[in-house]
Design a protein. Sequence first.
Length: 276
Amino acid sequence: MSSVSDALAAARACGVDRLDAQLLLAATLQRSRAWLIAHDDAALSDAQASAYAVAVQRRASGEPLAYLLGEKEFHGLSLQVGPDVLVPRPDTETLVEWALGLLDGDFAALQQPRVVDLGTGSGAIALALKHRVSRAEVAAVDASEAALTVARANGERLALPVEWRHGDWWGAVPGRRFDLAVSNPPYIAEGDAHLAALTHEPAMALTSGPDGLDAIRRIVAGAAEQLAPDAWLLLEHGHDQAARVAALLAAAGFELVQSRKDLAGVVRCTGGCWAG
């Protein structure tokens, strides 16, 4: 019969990071990491050892830890996630912080600012904004019904009222005007070498044409008819796409075009103001 220390050693031998191994074992045993550290000689039952071995092999094959645990923390919220949605990344909190700055600044006088999250996935961005700015009227769009099922469940569990809309970008909210639009769209170029490490996540949430900018082009092109005067459009993008995204926004008539860096110092988001 194996012990906690034996199980963690076996996971390390499979190439699984120590923290990931601990989190997987804690979930398997329904214990905390602190308990594991204090009970490294505790025995696992055969069923627990078998379940843990399967989880370790899945992690070793590249399956995201969040899928194995069934949840991911984002901007202080615990979100349920699975293979139908992209795992929320800390980098995306840069987009959320920029949006919050606008809601508390430029739009502070608006009693009910209208916000739309295009390509919501798990609902991470929309829910983070609604959580911090309860007065905001937030709509969230996704072309995947499966993704919306995950997002809607997150909203219900967190008791955060967001309007969930199924459809393709602006097409899901026809005839409506928003004060703030945010999006973390697919932006990886088809054939990019990084995709090999992302095979477990939904391709439609990752890739967007030969240069990765097809979705952003569509969002920018459709923005004029969906944004109120002085509205902002904020877009997350790849590490080397800021200049091209800025050019797309400027060419479409956006003003005050600027970018923001993530915690690693990488230019991660670009946005502009629609004068109307």
